[in-house]
Ligand binder design. Structure first.
Ligand SMILES: O=C(O)CCC(=O)C(=O)O
Ligand SMILES: [Fe+2]
Length: 227
């Protein structure tokens, strides 16, 4: 399931993230690639351990924690510290799949990547190309979102970024391990959650049917979740 999360960063938070990363030193994106994606990847990144990546990544993690839509859709267990990339002058990232296990270098922090995320940091009218194309069961989905908006997609999907032929495309990207490993189970919980919220908005949180449905949600979560 692909889910767009609008307004993860508002204008002020976006400006703070940009102020931190724009002044930092960018390096060839292949410093973090395995041999297969090194063939496909042509972009620049902030070094994973740079002070700028850590500071801007922290701002993004704070914003994600305040997004009920992100929490409901991802049911996050562990989030890999956000990374930052930039494409310009025809740079692109060919078709690839993300590694199943991500290890933070020099630490024992590791996650199984269930979901991949791209948070767009540039106004899409300022660059051409740079679409994130995700192959899913319904065919290729082409994603290019306003600055501050994010797409969440199954890390199992093949995906690519088309060449940026004008301007610059800046983004944050990261992976997370969900409490719910299976995409179908996670989607079912998300849809149930949305439906319960809609009924609660109509009838109030104390309504007996709302209480019963909330119980069903939590009992499914209890059956399926790693916590
Ligand atoms: O730039 C993006 O939107 C995606 C980056 C990506 O797929 C990756 O780094 O594995
Ligand atoms: Fe990727």
């Amino acid at each position: 399931m692909l889910i767009a999360i609008p307004d993860v960063l508002d204008a002020a938070a976006l400006a703070r993230v940009r102020a931190v990363i724009d002044g930092a030193e960018w390096v060839d994106g292949n410093v973090t690639s395995g041999p297969q994606s090194a063939l496909a990847k042509r972009n620049h990144q902030l070094p994973e351990d740079s002070a700028a990546a850590r500071e801007a990544g922290g701002l993004i993690l704070d914003a994600l924690g305040r997004s009920p839509l992100f929490v409901a859709a991802a049911l996050p267990l562990k989030v890999f510290p956000p990374l930052f990339n930039r494409y310009q002058g025809g740079e692109d990232f060919g078709l690839h799949v993300d590694n199943a296990i991500r290890i933070k270098r020099g630490t024992d922090f590791r996650i199984r990547s269930d979901l991949s995320a791209t948070l767009f940091l540039d106004d899409p009218t300022t660059y051409d190309g740079g679409e994130l194309v995700i192959e899913d069961q319904f065919g290729p989905q082409v994603v290019k979102l306003p600055a501050g908006h994010m797409i969440l997609y199954p890390a199992s999907s093949l995906h690519r970024v088309t060449p940026v032929t004008r301007g610059t495309r800046t983004a944050s990207f990261f992976w997370l391990q969900s409490m719910i490993r299976d995409d179908g189970e996670r989607r079912t919980l998300f849809e149930l959650d949305r439906a319960v919220q809609a009924v609660a908005a109509d009838r109030g949180q104390g309504d007996s049917t709302v209480v019963q449905l909330t119980g069903v949600y939590h009992n499914l979560l209890r059956r399926w979740a790693d916590a």
